[in-house]
Design a protein around this ligand. Structure first.
Ligand code: EPU
Length: 434
């Protein structure tokens, strides 16, 4: 079987410009939301990543006709989708496929969707708040053999208080409620930029949603949603990843096509570490003009707090900062599995439950490591870029789920990075050695 790896020869300072792609977590909500439209939708600034390919495959299997206008633009015609059932085989590999529950429920008042996969941060990722929302709208929810069955005679708006702030539950309830009868109020809603992007998309289609971006979202149900052209917001996590890579290599880069406001929590922490940040309207310059970066403490929180999806990357930067830092994970139970890989590169990090204590070292050393999930993979790329010697990263399909053209973008910034395909069949290796 062929195995893809990323090989990095570290120690090159990143320099130049990088352009940020559309936000993965907005795109994976907007694409299923097109199922609610009565006509074709054209979606621009879609990141060309494997999670999107998978989402499109799932929707095509369901009958949607999807045309790739260019590598970042899709035209989706949802009119031929006639069944509220999504197939198990593809869905199990993707967390965001749970959005099909809300979209199908909103369209057919019925959805049959397998429990989703995606990054594993410790055990099964719960969907109790999604189901609580659907039930409040009048749906019956049943879990049978790993498949969620949700159906309603008629969806009727209601008040829903989320017990935990959940991006997924907020998205799913918006999708289910947008065509329901009457008014739905989501309290303690998630406020992430991709929630606002989804609300903007639905409103452009004719929905009546207000309050997205605050913790109370009001949705007045409408009868029809029209087809529109819409452009996805920039990916704040991809942007933050490049900003941290610039700092880790003591480089000087400009990150373009971003919304600086979405990056405030990341910018604030980088400045606290002594990294220079110059913000413009749609770009940010990041550079280091000191010999060392200073320690800091971080707690990840729902937006506008420091994003959990930047936790592995910032921990990697703190591993080469001066002094002792504490990183507390405030969203997921088990998001420090990658620390073991960083330790192989010389990082001094101890983890106790949801808290990591990081003793900064001068430099990391290249090693063979494995991406345990998407953002962990990004963190290992940053570690490899800053380290002395060669780093080989395995299981890079995790990285390709969420970063468009990562090799090309880092190469253009001057990194020595390549993707190589190895054959891991023992007989092939023997044959090659002979
Ligand atoms: N939770 C519940 N019950 C629920 C739903 C969530 O207890 O019904 C808990 C979770 O266990 C977790 C917390 O609430 O402790 C937050 O989970 P949330 O539902 O917000 O996460 P998600 O919607 O499954 C999205 C992103 C993740 C990101 C989280 C948090 C997408 C497709 N995924 O996941 O992104 O970590 O929000 O911001 O939007 C990534 O991009 O690398 C990624 C993992």
């Amino acid at each position: 079987m062929a195995l893809d790896k990323i090989i990095i020869s570290g120690g090159k300072k990143l320099k130049g410009n990088v352009s940020i792609s559309g936000a993965k977590n907005a795109a994976v909500a907007v694409i299923p939301a097109t199922l609610l439209a009565d006509d074709i939708c054209r979606i621009e600034n879609i990141p060309n990543i494997s999670d999107i390919t998978l989402m499109c495959k799932i929707m095509s299997e369901m009958g949607a006709s999807i045309k790739m206008v260019n590598k970042n633009t899709l035209e989706i015609d949802p009119r031929k989708v006639v069944s509220p059932v999504a197939s198990y085989d593809l869905i199990r590999n993707m967390r965001a496929s749970s959005y099909l529950m809300g979209a199908l429920l909103g369209r057919f008042s019925k959805a049959v969707v397998s429990l989703p996969g995606g990054c594993n941060f410790g055990g099964i990722r719960p969907i109790d708040q999604h189901l609580k929302g659907f039930s409040s709208l009048g749906a019956n929810c049943k879990l049978d053999g790993g498949v969620v069955h949700v159906s309603a005679e008629k969806l009727i708006g209601n008040n829903i208080y989320l017990d935990v702030i959940s991006v997924g539950a907020t998205v799913n309830i918006m999708l289910a409620a947008v065509k329901a009868e009457g008014c739905t109020v989501i309290e303690n809603a998630a406020k992430e930029p991709h929630i606002v992007d989804l609300a903007n998309f639905l409103n452009c289609m004719g929905a009546n949603i207000c309050g997205a971006g605050t913790d109370i979202i009001k949705i007045h149900g409408v009868k029809k949603l029209k087809g529109i052209t819409y452009s996805i917001i920039p990916d704040q996590i991809e942007a933050g990843t490049y900003m941290i890579a610039a700092a880790a290599t003591k480089g000087d880069i400009t990150v373009n096509n971003i919304t600086p406001k979405h990056l405030e929590s990341i910018t604030a922490k980088l400045e606290e570490m002594g990294i220079c940040i110059e913000e413009k309207d749609e770009s940010v310059r990041v550079y280091v003009n000191k010999d060392y970066m200073t320690r800091c403490n971080i707690k990840t929180l729902p937006y506008p707090g420091f994003p959990t999806d930047m936790q592995p990357q910032i921990t990697t930067l703190l591993a080469i900062a001066h002094g002792t830092s504490i990183v507390s994970e405030g969203v997921w139970d088990n998001r420090f599995r990658y620390v073991e890989e960083l330790r192989r590169m010389g990082a001094q990090i101890s983890v106790d439950g949801k808290v990591a204590v990081i003793e900064g070292v001068q430099q990391l050393n290249g090693a063979a490591v494995r991406a345990t999930d998407l953002r962990a993979g990004a963190a290992l790329v940053i570690a490899g870029l800053s380290a002395s010697g060669t780093t080989t990263i395995e299981e890079i399909s995790h990285i390709e789920r969420g970063y468009e053209n990562i090799i090309e973008k880092f190469s253009n910034l001057g990194a020595d990075i390549k993707k190589v395909t190895f054959d891991d069949s023992p007989m092939d290796s023997v044959a090659k050695a002979l």
